[in-house]
Design a binder for this molecule. Sequence first.
Ligand code: FAD
Length: 474
Amino acid sequence: MVGVNVLDKRVGALVEIVGAAHVLTDPHDTAPYLTEWRNLYHGTTPAVVRPGSVDEISQILKWASANGHPIIPQGGNTGLVGAQVPDESGNEIILSLNRLNNIRDIDAQGGTIVAEAGVILQDIQTAAADAGMLFPLSLGAQGTCRIGGNISTNAGGVGVLAYGNTRDLVLGLEVVLPTGEIWNGLKRLRKDNTGYDLKNLFIGAEGTLGIVTAAVLKLYPAPAGRAVAFAGLADPAAALALLSTARKAAGPSLTGFELLPRISIDFVLRHVPGNRDPLAEPHPWYVLLEISSPRSEADAAEMMEQTLSNGFEAGNVADAAIASSLAQIDAMWKIRHDISEAQRPEGGSIKHDISVPVARVPEFMDRAIAAVTAAIPGCRPVGFGHLGDGNIHFNISQPPGMDKEEFLAMWSGMNSLVHDIVAQMDGSVSAEHGIGRLKRDLLKTVKSDIELDLMRRIKSAFDPAGILSPGRVL
Ligand code: FAD
């Protein structure tokens, strides 16, 4: 229990740096920062501090390092591994980046945008589009998550197939180190082989090595045409075959390839308004695919038609619908983006974010579905996601009527079942969401001693006082 005087002193020091208006202590004001999207973690904090400049962040971290006060950076609070919310000790101060929300520069010719950490991802996409360009990072939380959070989790999303993870979209970073030192690495270079690539250490570090305050991001020319389609199929093996067909027809123009089981469509139709069944008849599995052309709408449509007709001919596609307007494109993608939200009203959901070699996704699906349904009869596997990246969100909804807490108590047993299959297939137990607190103990089982030791040495070199996001990742 922290004494009242100590607490007052901390708040006083923060107020001196950022002003009273930007230090939140009232439980009503701090509540939204203390719990997260999945409602798995609930914490307490002496204060949420909302600095308005890089210099203020530097002063806060200098003070925290000197006095041993733990700091947890938070952006949009959409992270899925519990790293951005404080623990229950009552000691961890939340540093919100949300006031650092300027786009400092946009250069269409050079293909770069310089954004501060607190800019909402969707605002970066819009700014890029207004300049006739594309910022291809795209995920369900894009209206809420912030670019500093995307960088710190190395977010993936639906554009990875063509454009890579967030790591592939970052040219330079500005970071405040736990000691308060500021590193200005806001370079716009596409090539720079001058020693260790420091920026890559901060990308995906989940706020453990420094606070990202701004980034230089890559922009791409906006496609001249987009074709989006829903295809109904028998199984993931047919989807994998369609992926090869689409790659042959579209090459690098294949910009999205998402696998969805029928149950995910049922959940979306049942729980999220504004959606309709994509095809006339139900199918066991679906693929949502997008092809983008640098030339024209007609070119994108032609590549899509070629893909689907080859898919029909090979017997892999049972039915398909191609969007014929921007509204229909958005409606198709809305189904995919609404899956996360639609699982909630179905009760408890045990989550996995795995990757395996792309060609082995059908085998993974078969084995994982068989294993979990044998362990909990009546449970409902909802395995969906980025087939083109070999990344499946293999979630399991509880059997209808089962007590939610009783089901969720089986979380770690189900994780072991699924992760054992992943290990046998040389896969990853965290393809895009990170480690945070949720998978910290799991990290020890998937990294070698030398890897863990190197990670600890890097952590202590950057954060000798151990004040930044302690207990996350390591
Ligand atoms: P937060 O949740 O606030 O923080 C996440 C982590 O980053 C924490 O460790 C935090 O301490 C740290 N952090 C935040 N800002 C900074 C900073 N400026 N400097 C240093 N550390 C910082 N992820 C995917 O990869 N692909 C998906 O398709 C995807 N879909 C999602 C869909 C939904 C509906 C939701 C809720 C989440 C989804 N996610 C997905 C999870 C994803 O990690 C986040 O949405 C996003 O990248 C996190 O951004 P944020 O601003 O919300 O970060």
